[in-house]
Design a protein around this ligand. Structure first.
Ligand SMILES: [Zn+2]
Length: 119
């Protein structure tokens, strides 16, 4: 389980004590959940055309940073660029939900990553 210190020093910089995911409100929030495990995130990967990367057996590290690093090392620059856009979109959506209570659909999140890369 997460220690308080771990959460505070993590990427999330969480200011809330609530450990539920702000997007789907069910599971304990950590980087792996937000970017890869959350139902909204998973659908977004799919919409962005990146589900093959998400499900690749080479990228099942238990740590989100390790996973992202492995993807960046193995995928083409085209894919890496789209993955980066997608992660940014997922992160932005999560913050927007947390601070502004705005929520986007996976279609919007994934399309944004897809379109931004193709423009
Ligand atoms: Zn979630």
């Amino acid at each position: 389980m997460f220690q308080r210190g771990h959460l505070e020093t993590s990427l999330l910089g969480s200011k809330k004590c609530n450990l539920n995911c702000p997007v789907c409100d069910v599971e304990i929030e950590d980087e792996l959940h937000i970017f890869f495990g959350c139902v909204v995130a998973r659908d977004s990967w799919c919409v962005a055309g990146l589900s093959s990367v998400l499900h690749n057996a080479a990228y099942q590290q238990s740590n989100a940073m390790d996973r992202i690093f492995a993807m960046c090392s193995n995928e083409s620059s085209d894919k890496v660029g789209r993955v980066a856009m997608l992660l940014w979109s997922i992160w932005h959506n999560r913050n927007d939900k947390l601070w502004n209570d705005n929520v986007q659909t996976p279609r919007q999140i994934g399309r944004y990553a897809f379109d931004a890369w193709n423009d």
